[in-house]
Design a protein around this ligand. Sequence first.
Ligand code: UD1
Ligand code: MG
Length: 461
Amino acid sequence: MKAVILSAGVGSRFRSEKNKVLHTILGKPMIWYVLQAVKNSSAENIAIVVGHMAQEVKKAIESEAVSFYYQSNPKGGTADALIASADMWRSYDGYLLVINADTPLIKSQTLKNMERFIHMVKEYENVTLSAVVLTGFLPDPTGYGRVIKDSEGNVIKITEEKEASFEEKKVNEVNGGVYIFYAPHLIECIFHIKPSEKTGELYLTDVFKIMYQRGYKTRTFMAEDASEIMGVNTRWDLAIAENVVRLRILQYWAEKGNTLHQPESIWIDPDVVLEGDVEIYSDVTLSGKTKIGRGCVIGRGCVVINSTLGSGVVLEPYSIIKDSRIMDDARIGPFAHLRNECVIGEKSEIGNFVEVKKSAIGKDVKAKHLAYIGDAHIGDGTNIGAGVVFANFDGKRKYEAHVGSGAFIGSNSLLVAPLKIGDFSYIAGGSVVTKDVPDGDLAIARPQLRLLKGKGREKLK
Ligand code: UD1
Ligand code: MG
């Protein structure tokens, strides 16, 4: 089977400068979902018809093994779009899957089932189908093409909303915008489609009437899950489709053995992996290429982007982790912020209101309160006191600080990088450290304390 995805349309109902198929669902363009479903069907050869904002659409999927065809008039209609790809299938003696790029809820299994249906009709009824169209029954079919069938179930025609009579509008069986055509019959019929008198467009759906008149058999195939046939034409449709995709992903991970508390508030992007026994609380977002190890607990309100968590990691509520790695059994948060390629070693604890940027932190390190750690390397077992700040920026350049293992950085110290603090060294609280501290030394850099007898009480009078 070959496949063509139609994505050239202007999508005016979307009211967007951007081609609607580039609008995202959980961080991926709408067309990506259609392409995944097609790739996982039996289609071997995939073409995408582009037109409106062709370059941008191509760029969004350039890494995929697909070929592109160009529709010069993106208002020409869906048949005009398919004709633009005719070089791919005009001499092909086989089946062609044609799918609208605004149907992101389609499942690959449904595409496979549609193809199997064609083979079964051939086998059991000895009928060669010229086309199968995916349909669904909607309580409110407004906006969709209505499928009109004869008493034997053959499609007589598909009537678009704008062209439908009062009676036709009452038909609840609608066209899902997914078709499999027998290519030789399609090429014979498609050029007989006439422009709509109302819109001037060439409707692909008109090919069913032409096939019927020529005695070719076409059938409907009902989607198992009615959501699959949804066409995304407006921003509200997009919001609804995103919710459906989101819930499907959540259900998948729950069934794989992960606990989701209040799933209606949880967002997990398609590329995220949960290794099992993960517990996720409400209002959590996991996005990009994120991997969550076995037995992790992700507290309420956490956001994890492009990051890897080992097993048994606990994120206390409202922690933000970006582009970082956290090793096994570390504890982060609440209200911690890790960003720019941080590595946090096993069993380390990064506590509340601690920001860590581009730093490599060893095992069993504790930085439990109110600190800024930027461009630092910190050895195993070191303790970073409350309020410690790594001053890594002089207004022009960034500098690194190296802190050894087993060290103690007292509260409210300021470590002015570039700086090297040795193993087992001790920085007294409140010190401003501007020089390297050798292994095992104690550094103290703060104004002498003076005690003025009785002056306190005097001041308070
Ligand atoms: C289409 C069907 C309708 C069906 C519905 C399902 C037609 C005429 N109508 O209507 O029966 O119920 O999908 O969602 O096919 N496109 C092009 N070039 C164009 C026009 C459109 O490539 O000239 C592409 C669009 O980018 C889009 C797809 O074709 O991905 C469908 O176009 P759209 O305008 O959304 O068609 P609908 O009105 O939804
Ligand atoms: Mg549509």
